[in-house]
Ligand binder design. Sequence first.
Ligand SMILES: *[C@@H]1O[C@H](CO)[C@@H](O)[C@H](O)[C@H]1NC(C)=O
Ligand SMILES: *[C@@H]1O[C@H](CO)[C@@H](O)[C@H](O)[C@H]1NC(C)=O
Ligand SMILES: *[C@@H]1O[C@H](CO)[C@@H](O)[C@H](O)[C@H]1NC(C)=O
Ligand SMILES: *[C@@H]1O[C@H](CO)[C@@H](O)[C@H](O)[C@H]1NC(C)=O
Length: 261
Amino acid sequence: MKSPRPNNSSKITTQIHHKFSLLIGILTRADNYERRHFLRLIYGIQSSPLAKIDVKFIVCNLTKPEQRMLVALEILRYDDIIVLNCTENMNEGKTYTYFSSLPNILKNRYDYVMKVDDDVFIRLEPLASSLEPLPRLDLYYGFVIPCNSKNPFVEYMSGMGFLLSWDLVEWISESSIPKLDLFGPEDRLVGKWLRMGNKAQNRFSNKPAMYDYPGTNGKCSHDLIPETIAVHRLKKWDQWLHVLEFFNVTKQLNKSSLYHL
Ligand SMILES: *[C@@H]1O[C@H](CO)[C@@H](O)[C@H](O)[C@H]1NC(C)=O
Ligand SMILES: *[C@@H]1O[C@H](CO)[C@@H](O)[C@H](O)[C@H]1NC(C)=O
Ligand SMILES: *[C@@H]1O[C@H](CO)[C@@H](O)[C@H](O)[C@H]1NC(C)=O
Ligand SMILES: *[C@@H]1O[C@H](CO)[C@@H](O)[C@H](O)[C@H]1NC(C)=O
């Protein structure tokens, strides 16, 4: 739902929208080689004419010799991995390290930066279409928690996949508010920092287009729907198959005498 705050609509109509840029950072662990292989396929066949979208995998410090070799090979082949200076451990600052490092390590800024889990399927075309009319500044976009909340200001965007405009990424890297408040569930913390900093006046919670896989998480779940942007909690192959079939992902493959699927 669009935020009810009145200042939004004027900003939207007065902005001239060029093709925008988006970095999607998938937070994953170095050891998840097969998941990365699969997600490269999933995102490698998608694009949107509205946006330049880069998908990168975000991992913390490599800790084993084989990781250093295999991840180096992946980087040589795909150049889609960012190794942050952090230790893998839930709720100990990886999301903060991700956002706060970007202004220092990227050569070019993006209009938007997204943080995504590695058990999410995102459809890039409807994602880009949903962002196109939104403000490029002071924007916090995602799936608002609690599940039944329809107000993007109550309370924070789910870690399944949320997006910040670049000015907010810079704010996170510079402000002392996040630095002093790094321990706890990270996605909730992001919402708290923004509230404390009086940031993210533009908010957009994209229900029902974002949700948890049917039956996996109470009111955050519902059936697959055609206008989907993101489905979360895809842990098992049968769930991925269901989703990819529902969205006709492989229908673009033409018949050929080279293979019989
Ligand atoms: C990485 O993080 C550690 C601990 O926070 C810090 O001591 C170190 O200086 C950092 N290293 C680099 C290269 O930024
Ligand atoms: C990550 O690795 C770098 C380089 O080996 C090291 O300087 C840093 O302290 C490590 N950071 C953490 C948080 O373990
Ligand atoms: C998938 O394809 C079928 C058959 O062409 C169509 O009826 C259905 O609407 C498509 N599903 C989606 C989500 O686009
Ligand atoms: C499938 O065939 C159509 C029509 O001949 C063609 O336009 C399209 O590029 C083909 N798709 C692939 C993935 O080869």
